[in-house]
Design a protein around this ligand. Structure first.
Ligand SMILES: Nc1nc2c(c(=O)[nH]1)N[C@H]1C(S)=C(S)[C@@H](COP(=O)(O)O)O[C@H]1N2
Ligand SMILES: [Mo]
Length: 319
């Protein structure tokens, strides 16, 4: 995300008929949900990966009714440095990621440390549909119909103790599955594992989810299979993919982009049109698929839900 200029992003205009049909089917499903009718879907969780349907999905009161970004754009325009630094590589290379079997280690300041099997997470927590805006720090945005579980309910189940002030998340490290981690391959490497963190009150805000799918289907590898964070009021880089560890800690974690470029990327990473990136404006954004730019909204439009988390903080210092 340090390398590409925002001007050379173009929407995916390839019309793949089967994907298009899938999107239409999804939209019909969404209409059924609004009427409280069950979705016509297959077996509960289906096979481990592929285009398996996730169900049943509970609709969320936080869903935006803006036009959805097409499935093909969401799955071919990705930032996932473990698979290369450009937007196209993750879709081409992420086949080598094996999202099953998969475990997520929960440790640190919790009463119930545990290595969770992904299947147990999917069984224990209700799947919700969360249609959220995603705003990348590179000044493009999308609207994504995620499937996820409430991060607050997950945190409640593991019972953090009173020392737990922050939650740290880590992505898988495996050079065999993730070619971008063989750092000299692309001539660019982050410090692996990719790490992100939230303050505990941010993590338990009802908007934050652990995403396990999109468009009603199991998460595509390039979008962070099998489980990734989605924090819609923050720049996309906070929403760490392919999580293997969630640690409850006392000290503020140092996240990957802070290490990489501390002047450009802070811990908070709230979408904030008033605080420009040192090299470009954050006042506007291009919605993938649109010609014209639009104004970027404070907290990506989620201020009613999250502004109180930052009252009294100087957001130009805590960027
Ligand atoms: N592990 C990992 N997580 C990551 C990234 C990454 O490079 N590695 N990129 C981030 C960035 S910059 C963005 S904008 C979002 C993109 O998510 P998407 O590809 O599903 O749209 O993922 C975030 N999560
Ligand atoms: Mo991003």
């Amino acid at each position: 995300m340090l390398i590409k200029r925002q001007d050379d992003i173009k929407p995916s205009e390839i019309t793949n008929p089967s994907l298009y049909a899938r999107r239409r089917e999804f939209l019909k499903g969404g209409a059924a949900l609004a009427l409280g009718v069950a979705l016509p879907v297959g077996s509960a969780l289906g096979p481990a990966y592929g285009a398996a349907k996730l169900s049943p999905l509970t609709p969320s009161r936080f869903n935006t009714d803006e036009e959805l970004t097409p499935y093909e754009a969401i799955t071919t325009h990705n930032n996932f440095y473990e698979f290369g630094t450009d937007k196209e590589s993750p879709a081409k290379l992420a086949d080598s990621l094996r999202p099953r079997p998969w475990t997520v280690l929960v440790d640190g300041e919790v009463k119930r440390p545990r290595e969770w099997d992904i299947e147990d997470i999917l069984k224990q927590f209700p799947l919700e549909e969360r249609i959220y805006r995603l705003r990348c720090v590179e000044a493009w945005s999308m609207v994504i119909p995620w499937v996820g579980i409430s991060l607050a309910s997950f945190i409640k189940a593991v019972e953090p103790n009173s020392n737990a002030k922050y939650v740290a998340f880590e992505t898988l490290v495996d050079q065999e599955q993730m070619p971008g981690q063989r750092s000299n391959l692309f001539g660019f490497g982050l410090n692996w594992p990719y790490i992100e963190g939230l303050r505990i009150d941010e993590a338990t805000n009802p908007l934050a989810i652990l995403g396990v799918g999109l468009y009603g289907e199991v998460m595509p590898n390039q979008n962070g299979a099998p489980i990734r964070l989605v924090v819609p009021w923050k720049y996309g880089f906070k929403s760490i993919k392919s999580i293997v560890r969630i640690s409850f800690v006392e000290q503020q974690p140092v996240n990957t982009w802070q290490v990489q470029a501390p002047r450009e990327y802070g811990f908070y990473a709230n979408v904030n049109p008033q605080v420009d990136h040192p090299r470009w404006s954050q006042g506007q954004e291009r919605r993938i698929g649109d010609w014209l730019k639009r104004e970027t909204l404070m907290f990506n439009g989620y201020g009613d839900q999250v502004a109180q988390l930052y009252s009294g903080m100087d957001l130009s210092k805590n960027f």
